[in-house]
Design a protein around this ligand. Structure first.
Ligand code: PGA
Length: 286
């Protein structure tokens, strides 16, 4: 069980831990994005190891997002566990002649609770626009899925001092026309594009905290302070066991979206442990 293993701050700023953590009441949310990796056999093994490792511990909300072909298989393994199932994408229609696409209804049908939308790989490699992402978010929430919306700037945009403007645009356009009520089941993952992929460039805890504050402020202006205070904002981009505590201890960093390290059960479980913070007030899942 996750909670039985002691939690070791592994990065540089051990000293800041408790003072900052005590202010956060949002439950940490750690999600594995398996991207286009694993075979059926590996997916099954990984899911079993995660379920076993998490046990009955519910101090951190956990979800895994396998590739579409393995959703049902992994969903079976997760049944009755503390680990929720999520998908990496959807098409914003209930059904129809959309060859190769997957609908929200189908995701719910195989047991998905979450869906990742607006991931930078879909924005940058597959050309998804803010408007299309906005359409997906509306349809997903209306269908009853919980949405993890990814936002983040490229290195050029950061260097040009445009981080805040980019995040603002992605939020304004991505969440256009949605109500604060509808967004109760939305969380945001701040994923700077330059930090994704495990090449050693994760955002510093300070950079993550600053961007999270920008996102929360902007969200507050759009949907009100209450909605902003309950908004779960995860950090994503090269999160590993050796930097997770320092990142997750920052005020306003409410969890992590993990790519590479989520494919290794030991690493993923170590990151979940890094999110454990006691004592805490437990809030509802995003
Ligand atoms: P990474 O991926 O952890 O491998 O950097 C994160 C993501 O793309 O969600």
């Amino acid at each position: 069980m996750v909670g039985r293993v002691s939690r070791e701050p592994a990065d540089s700023d051990k000293g800041r831990v408790s003072a900052q953590r005590r202010q956060d009441t949002r439950q940490k949310f750690v999600v594995g994005n398996w991207k286009m990796y694993t075979t059926a056999e590996q997916a099954g093994r990984l899911a079993k190891a995660i379920v076993e490792g998490v046990g009955i511990d519910d101090r951190v909300s956990v979800a895994v997002c396998p590739p579409f072909p393995y959703l049902a298989l992994v969903g079976e393994i997760l049944k009755g566990s503390r680990v929720a199932l999520g998908a990496q994408n959807l098409y914003p229609e209930k059904e129809g002649a959309f060859t190769g696409e997957v609908s929200p209804t189908m995701l719910l049908d195989v047991g998905c609770k979450y869906v990742i939308l607006g991931h930078s790989e879909r924005r940058h490699k597959l050309g998804e626009s803010d408007a299309f992402i906005n359409q997906k978010i509306g349809v997903a929430l209306a269908a009853g899925l919980r949405v993890i919306l990814c936002v983040g700037e490229t290195s050029d945009q950061r260097e040009a001092g445009r981080t805040e403007a980019v995040l603002g645009r992605q939020l304004i356009k991505g969440l256009a026309g949605l109500s604060a009520d509808a967004l109760a089941h939305l969380s945001i993952a701040y994923e700077p594009v330059w930090a994704i992929g495990g090449r050693g460039h994760h955002a510093t805890p300070q950079q993550a905290q600053e961007s999270h504050a920008v996102i929360r402020r902007r969200f507050g202006r759009m949907f009100g302070e209450r909605a902003a205070q309950s908004l779960v904002i995860q950090y994503g981009g090269s999160v590993k066991p050796n930097n997770a505590v320092a990142l997750l201890d920052r005020h306003g960093v409410d969890g992590a979206l993990i790519g590479g390290a989520s494919l290794n059960a030991d690493q993923f479980l170590a990151i979940i442990r890094a999110g454990i913070n006691e004592p805490k007030t437990r809030g509802e899942q995003p």
